[in-house]
Design a protein around this ligand. Structure first.
Ligand SMILES: C=C(O[C@@H]1C=C(C(=O)O)C=C[C@H]1O)C(=O)O
Length: 359
């Protein structure tokens, strides 16, 4: 699959003057709930209403979705409000039932994207459909697996495609439920600038108080829209209560979010170019200094070789890490960034010395 302009046709044809909004509850719970939310979303920016019908949870024993009956409720919501409807599919039966109910947008969940078997089954069941199919990132930070999922659909002649960035699982506790790892989505956009990308702030955040900020970051990174869990009484939701927002909150949020221009005017460009040349000079210096650092690491490697001393020196390495994190703090660099940078430098100097010692 190559990037092609036509990848965004389905989105362009929606003719929206704002980012695409897909909103609705984590799970369809009752017919009344689905219809109530649909009517509250009717005069919002939402074009599509979402609701989970089948909800396999991390651990069994929780509410696992209402099943196929929920599709009837969604269909009724569509008839009454004109909203398009969306749900998650995870196997051929789901696809067949969703197509029968004329669901407009189908998405593949993060736990399905990890499995090429499942994605292929879904792709085969959807073969040639003109429905919109969105692929959530896999739970693990693996861009090839994510794109592989999209490609399986593309190869099954499904042309209305997009991706949803919902963040990645981590073992350590972090501020977010799922780590956004924005760089992965940026890499995806670099390879496929015309493949529509939506943010799922609800699953990244796990907390409704963070939803706005995540949407703003995504818009600043040129995302095309958002899929947001929205419930009329979020605290009473049967699943993911903490991360759902109300339709009113959504309406205010889409007013408050700042949509920035892709490019600026002439005066802006002049100033920008001056600043960018400064960055270019500094980047060159950084590379030059890194090269110099590696030359010294090479000399240390020669010395270690002559004296038969191990490459990794944990005590020295810990001192370097500690010293640079203090220096970084003084320069207003985040601890996390300095740590990652220092580790990357260390890895490179270990690789250099390894090459020397094994010669
Ligand atoms: C350069 C050395 O080798 C390794 C690389 C280090 C670094 O890049 O700063 C530090 C300690 C060693 O693990 C060294 O021993 O000083």
């Amino acid at each position: 699959m190559k990037n092609e302009k036509h990848l965004r046709n389905w989105l362009t044809e929606m003719n929206l003057d704002h980012p695409l909004v897909i909103a609705g509850p984590c799970s369809a719970e009752t017919e009344e709930q689905v219809l109530e939310i649909a009517h509250q979303l009717k005069d919002s920016d939402a074009t599509v209403m979402r609701a989970g019908i089948w909800k396999p949870r991390t651990r069994p024993g929780n509410f696992e979705g209402v099943g196929a009956i929920g599709l009837k409720w969604l269909k009724r919501a569509k008839e009454e409000t004109g909203l398009m409807i969306a749900t998650e599919v995870a196997n051929k039966t789901h696809v067949d039932l969703a197509l029968e109910a004329d669901v407009d947008v189908l998405w593949i969940g993060a736990r399905s994207t990890v499995s090429p078997f499942i994605v292929q089954e879904i792709a085969d069941a959807l073969q040639g459909t003109d429905k919109i199919v969105l692929v959530k990132n896999p739970v693990n930070p693996d861009l090839a697996l994510w794109l592989g999922g999209v490609e399986r659909l593309y190869n099954a002649n499904i042309k209305n495609l997009g991706v949803i960035h919902r963040g990645f699982s981590t073992y350590e506790k972090i501020k977010y439920r799922n780590n956004p790892e924005w760089q992965i989505a940026i890499d995806l956009q670099n390879q496929f600038p015309d493949l529509p990308i939506l943010v799922d702030p609800s699953h990244i955040a796990g907390d409704r108080n963070l939803v706005f900020d995540i949407c703003q970051i995504a818009l600043d990174l040129n995302y095309d829209g958002m899929i947001v869990e929205t419930h009329h009484t979020p605290d009473k939701a049967w699943s993911d209560a903490a991360q759902q927002i109300t339709p009113d909150f959504l309406k205010q949020m889409t007013i408050d979010l700042r949509i920035r221009k892709k490019e600026g005017a002439e005066e802006f460009n002049k100033k920008l170019n001056v600043m960018r040349s400064k960055i270019d000079v500094i980047d060159n210096q950084l590379i030059e200094f890194l090269g110099k650092r590696m030359q010294v690491a090479d000399e240390i490697g020669e010395l270690k070789k002559e004296n038969n001393v191990a490459i990794l020196q944990p005590e020295r390495w810990n001192k370097v890490l500690h010293r640079l994190s203090i220096e970084g703090e003084k320069k207003d660099l985040s601890k996390d960034f300095v740590e990652r940078l220092t580790k990357a430098m260390h890895e490179e100097s270990i690789a250099h010395q390894h090459k020397i010692i094994s010669q």
